[in-house]
Ligand binder design. Sequence first.
Ligand code: ATP
Length: 461
Amino acid sequence: MKKQTGSMDTLVSLAKRRGFIFPGSEIYGGLANSWDYGPLGSRMRMNLKKLWWKRFVESRDDMVGLDGAILMNPRVWEASGHVATFSDPMVEDVVTHKRYRADHIIEEKTGVNTSGMTLHEMSQIISDKKILSPDGNPLSEPRQFNLMFETTMGTVAGEGNRVYLRPETAQAMFVDFKSVATTSRKRLPFGIAQIGKAFRNEITPGNFIFRTLEFEQMEIEYFLEERDWETLFDTWHREMYAFAREVGISAELLHDFEVPDTERAHYSKRTVDIMFDFPFGQKELWGIAYRGDFDLRQHQEHSGQSLEYTDPEDNKRKILPHVVEPTFGVDRTILAILVSAYEEQVVGEGDTRVVLHLKPEIAPYQVAVLPLMKKDGLAEEAREIHRALLKHFRSDYDETGSVGKRYRRHDEIGTPYCITFDYDSKNDRCVTVRDRDTMVQERVNIEELSAYLDRKMNQHS
Ligand code: ATP
């Protein structure tokens, strides 16, 4: 069998055709770079978030969850540094007024590394190298563009009512640190985890769900004593790779990028970007950063409230904990899983099948029940098996088209097992179970079907 991985176009069209991901607001002509997760995509997304939550919150006793508000007091974003510095350098095409990332355009056109460069230096390169926009027009002077979305709260518009849609979920975990520590009675080291939407007014969004203005993050702030940061950084780094394995991201497509001093925030002694080989190049999938005590210190100073933690050993020593932050983007993870899972196999003379090798834990459906024919009572019996399976598995019932076509449909949406009820099933009470990856078929007694599927899915993982 010949293996071929997919281009971005084939993935986007599969996602749309099969109901994973649609362009947002499509009947109104869409809204640039907004996407809706359809019936299959929303299942997959939910499965991913549940696995993350189970692994990092429910299965550990050093972790607690938080579900913070999207709108926060604007002073949060002053303290965190976002108001002053959460910006990217931007240039504008002076004719079309289209906007571009100045650093990206310089790197693409000249190969020069822009990290640590000032706006003035970028401006110099643009004029020295006579860099034009992709439409061939002159570019404006670069300037910093703040990525936070602003909106107004209440009925009176004005400066005093300005709020921001959070550009990351992390800040609630710092702002609520004291309340969480007190109410959960956790001892250092312990972490807070949160899943939620974040918003960034990106200058150059694109590449499908890779860079959008609205996206979801799964973030952890792991609070610790300063002396432990290096060990715990390594532990969390390994945990991130273990999670990648759990959800079916190909290990050979993952790479570490040690962020150099010049690109790292001043308070971070170590940051690693976990990069993935997307079809459009190697880009950041997730990140892990040691942030020192920067965030708690900033919020303590700006709010005037103590965020110190009292050492429970002696009830005296006050500590401002340090933090290691592993952060995961939901949407980029979904894309990395799809890229890892996609395969076009030549299975015979002029015959190709598209298969998504999704893990059973991630796949929208774990099984599909197919009657060989709709007639002669086969459909009724197959439906009954499907209903029984629904109690333990994510099952789909599918009776339209030939069985061959239905197998292919389920290969394409990543259903690991198809169960066919045929004429013999009526007498021998057995069904055919077809494995998506090997296409091997086995006869299994209906009574033993659940146990059989459980066993197979455990072996799979
Ligand atoms: P990039 O350099 O690609 O802009 P970043 O370093 O700004 O990313 P972080 O601030 O570390 O990203 O955000 C944490 C995670 O959130 C990223 O690793 C990524 O998975 C996800 N993420 C960030 N920005 C976006 C976006 N615009 N669209 C989708 N996911 C995003």
